[in-house]
Design a protein around this ligand. Structure first.
Ligand code: NAD
Length: 580
């Protein structure tokens, strides 16, 4: 059947846009969801995708055209399904059982071949890969970026941004539930999870389009497909029906990480999910067990509990967020308990069983006692593993780390092969988006002859519990391990005017100074705006400022940043607005 591929969607409420790039050619066999063309409208750039499978018979637009919603883009022979129906009998008896119409056509059509050359080819379009691409292009490189799924990687599609949109909805719901405290009346407030998820999807899509827009403006060629190393300086990708060989002077591997599941009985039960699925749960569970009280586990624990879910966290270590200093752990533990989050620490999860009532039963041990908890959903948040093909890497003599789980790199982000670099979670050095981006910049600069190296001493970390937590530099634990003599200045948000007006007076600022030099070497904040406030301490630590220099800096009133000023004052003679 001949079908029209019609432009039915543009960014935002745009009505027309300019065709920037056409991915298809007459004779191409395409599948539903394959790229058709990029369109730039006033609302940004977006990739228009096919709704059909079949063979392109004609293309009705050209690059540079301005087209409106409703325009016919191409005509497609979409008899694919019919053809498959005709062949159903044969298909069902052959090993092709269930093969898609795409495969049928692909069998008939010869793929097109393309060979290109570039200065930098990057595999993976997450915050490591796409930032490396922009930096490389800005330094004058001819850059190709290969991504098999969506631009933005884990951070944008399954991590930082989607979780923060859900966290924001949960916070607003929580504030509405506390309306009376602020002299407001909010009645019949309830949660519409479908809308929350839709809002999250809209934000993710808008940001994704933004990345694509910037990459295109910087003339980065984006190829959609899975990049495979074929030689030390060559990659192969299949994009739609085109087989592309990319000869690259330099390659950056930025393939990211994936959520891990415990290798235990019941890990694959239907109701056992990871953060990936949790981000699309459009129906709230009544009761949720979270395995792992690390960063992901505790962010979800606060978010779900604010939305009214009965949350249980089972954690192997004796504390949640066990890598943090004890005072922060104690504070967040107390707040979690106040929020009715049930914490089971020092407990090892052993298996998950399916109950008769379709509930999942988590079996765990505390010392020698077996314990059981049941819930309608179980969220596993037990870490993320680098997403790499170790066999392929070893075939090319690309060295792995000692535990063989990640790609080994030097401080220039170079692997054991001079022209191949690796960045982000694939290197498993610190699994944070902003570290991946910085590594991407370092890799691109070194490739372009601007020598620089990665330094991990001052990496701020932000945790979106409620209240938020943020840390940077040396912790008390680190100082003890390294034998550094320190002094600590603390200031509670309970004594900060702005925090009081917010009704968010839990938590404190802690500043750590090297006793010998007076230099601020680390800090931690738990409280309102902690994840934004940490930037001041990061700047101080990175630039070796003394606590005295912070005290000499006027901080605006009334702001939560005054708590940092007061924390520094605590180190230099005493806070003005707090007495112990
Ligand atoms: P994590 O390592 O922070 O926490 C996993 C937790 O699971 C640990 O505390 C561990 O003790 C526990 N665990 C493991 N096996 C267990 C068992 N059998 N029984 C009970 N508990 C068990 O990992 P994560 O929270 O999954 O996060 C993964 C990575 O993603 C981290 O490196 C994190 O830094 C990063 N991340 C960062 C942010 C952020 O910066 N805001 C947000 C999300 C994720």
């Amino acid at each position: 059947m001949m079908l029209d591929i019609v432009l039915d969607k543009l960014n935002g409420h745009a009505k027309d846009g300019k065709v920037c790039r056409i991915y298809i050619s007459v004779g191409d066999t395409i599948n539903a969801d394959d790229n058709i063309c990029d369109i730039e409208s006033k609302k940004g750039s977006s990739t228009f995708k096919s709704n059909f499978s079949g063979v392109i018979k004609s293309i009705e637009i050209s690059e540079g055209d301005t087209i409106s919603l409703g325009a016919v883009i191409a005509k497609i022979e979409g008899e694919a399904v019919g053809v498959k129906e005709d062949n159903k009998k044969e298909d069902n008896t052959s090993s092709n059982k269930g093969a898609s119409s795409f495969n049928y056509f692909a069998g008939l059509m010869k793929p097109k071949k393309e060979e290109i050359s570039c200065d930098i080819a990057i595999v993976g379009g997450g915050p490591g890969g796409y930032v490396a691409a922009i930096e490389g292009a800005m330094l004058g490189a001819n850059v190709v970026l290969i991504e098999k799924e969506n631009l933005g990687g884990t951070c944008l599609n399954r991590g930082c941004i989607p979780t923060k949109t859900l966290v924001r909805s949960a916070e607003i719901y929580d504030s509405l539930c506390r309306a009376d405290e602020f002299g407001l009346i909010a009645e019949n407030v309830s949660v519409n999870m479908k809308k929350i998820i839709q809002r999250k999807n809209n934000i993710v899509e808008e940001l994704r389009n933004g990345i694509q827009f910037i990459l295109e403006k910087r003339n980065v060629r984006i190829i959609k497909g899975e990049g495979k190393l074929v030689k030390e300086d060559s990659l192969f990708v299949k994009e739609n029906n085109t087989e592309i060989t990319i000869n690259a002077k330099n390659i950056i591997l930025a393939t990211g990480s994936k959520a891990m599941k415990l290798p235990i009985l019941g890990a694959d039960l239907e109701n056992v999910i990871t953060s990936n699925e949790a981000l699309d749960l459009d129906k709230l569970p009544k009761k949720l067990i979270i395995i792992g009280g690390g960063i992901i586990g505790m962010e979800f624990a606060f978010m779900y509990s604010k939305l009214g879910v009965d949350v249980y966290v089972v954690e192997y270590f004796d504390s949640i967020l066990a890598t943090l200093d004890k005072d922060i752990c104690d504070e967040i533990t107390a707040i979690a308990k106040d929020n009715n989050i049930k914490l089971y620490t020092g407990c090892k999860v052993e298996e998950i069983l399916k109950g008769e009532d379709n509930q999942s039963i988590v079996v765990f041990s505390k010392e020698d006692t077996k314990k059981y908890l049941s819930a309608d959903k179980v969220l596993m948040a037990v870490g993320r593993a680098p997403s790499i093909d170790t066999a392929e890497l070893e075939k090319f003599n690309i060295e792995l780390t000692a535990n063989k789980r990640a790609i080994s790199v030097n401080d220039k982000m170079q692997t054991s092969l001079n022209n191949i670099y690796a960045i982000g979670d694939a290197t498993n050095i610190i699994q944070l988006a902003h570290v991946a981006s910085h590594q991407g910049v370092v890799a691109a600069r070194n490739i372009m002859g601007k020598e620089c190296s990665m330094n991990y001493d001052v990496v701020p970390s932000a945790i979106f519990t409620h209240p938020e937590i943020a840390v940077v530099g040396v912790s008390e634990k680190d100082a003890e391990k390294k034998g550094i003599e320190i002094e600590i200045g603390k200031f509670p948000f309970a004594a900060n005017g702005k925090a009081m007006t917010y009704g968010e007076k839990e938590g404190f600022v802690k500043i750590i100074k090297d006793k010998a030099t007076g230099v601020v070497i680390g800090g931690a904040i738990i409280g309102p705006h902690a994840t934004d406030l940490i930037a001041e301490l990061a700047l101080a630590v990175k630039n070796k400022l003394t606590a005295e220099q912070i005290t000499e800096t006027i901080h605006a009133h009334p702001t939560t940043a005054e708590a940092i000023h007061e924390g520094a004052l605590a180190l230099e003679g005493g806070s003005l607005h707090f007495v112990n």
